[in-house]
Design a protein around this ligand. Structure first.
Ligand code: S3P
Length: 257
């Protein structure tokens, strides 16, 4: 199987303002999926002086994934497509003074093509393999807010790493909200292409919600502005007691309306 490297095989071309690859437009023509063809041979980032920027997912698999051994320094957003992980995540990062990273953007950059192209050309298993490895690399970074793709938390290894490296926040939305929100970026989500999104999302809710429920923090989201959701996430993070003290202080100041 062709594989997506953990790190981009190229420079910062195509990066959006927050450092992530823009979701649309620029992605398609960057390297035409060459990251997939190059696989792990080019998994060292050139700017890192040939030091690995990632930790292999296998090396990070824990014997006791249930026990965090260090303060959680990453805020990891999970939830179904359309839950608002990226828009809320960007706002959270800004208010916490942290970097924001979107795992789908990083996967697209590592692969050199968009998520729909990865699915279409190489299939979902290649995407899932890349997703697992890219997220393992992202979780080895310093404090940041990480928005993950809807399927990421379903992977046992990824879930264990998130538990170890961060504090997970499930943005829980009802079916109507998800249907409404996913319609806005129709075509960017291969699992929803070519079929009526409602039953697909309903099925995914049934399969995934029991696993998402393992998140450290659960925040319900609906039609309110993403800034309001971000405020409630900040309050929930503070209440969880799992943030390092410096972040907790800032989060509690920022959570106030
Ligand atoms: C997926 C969700 C997408 C993306 C891919 C698969 C899923 O991310 O990773 O299309 O399996 O739910 P978003 O949740 O950001 O849309």
């Amino acid at each position: 199987m062709l594989s997506i490297p953990e790190c981009p095989a190229d420079d910062n071309a195509g990066r959006g303002p927050a450092g992530g690859l823009r979701r649309t437009g620029s992605v398609r023509n960057i390297r035409d999926c060459t990251g997939l063809n190059n696989g792990l041979q080019r998994s060292l980032h050139p700017s890192a002086g040939l030091k690995p920027l990632f930790v292999s997912a296998a090396a990070m698999t824990l014997s006791d994934p249930g026990a965090p051994t260090q303060p959680a320094n990453q805020v990891v957003l999970i939830g179904l497509m359309g839950a608002g992980k990226s828009s809320v995540g960007r706002r959270l990062a800004k208010r916490l003074g942290l970097a924001f990273v979107d795992s789908d953007d990083e996967i697209a950059e590592a692969a050199g093509c968009s998520i729909p192209e990865i699915f279409a050309r190489f299939g979902e298993p290649a995407f899932r393999d890349g997703e697992r490895r890219v997220i393992a690399r992202l979780l080895s970074a310093d404090a940041q807010v990480l928005a993950t793709g809807g399927g990421a938390f379903m992977n046992d290894e990824t879930r264990a790493l998130i538990r170890r490296r961060g504090i997970s926040v499930w943005l829980r939305a009802d079916l109507d909200t998800l249907v409404q929100r996913t319609a806005r970026r129709a075509g960017e989500r291969p699992l929803l292409n070519g079929s009526n999104p409602r039953p697909v999302l309903e099925k995914l809710m049934a399969e995934r919600h029991p696993i998402y429920a393992e998140a450290d923090v659960v925040v319900d989201t609906g039609t309110e502005p993403p800034d309001d959701t971000a405020s409630r996430v900040l309050a929930a993070l503070v209440a969880s007691g799992r943030l390092p003290p410096s972040l907790a202080q800032r989060a509690s100041a920022e959570a106030k309306p």
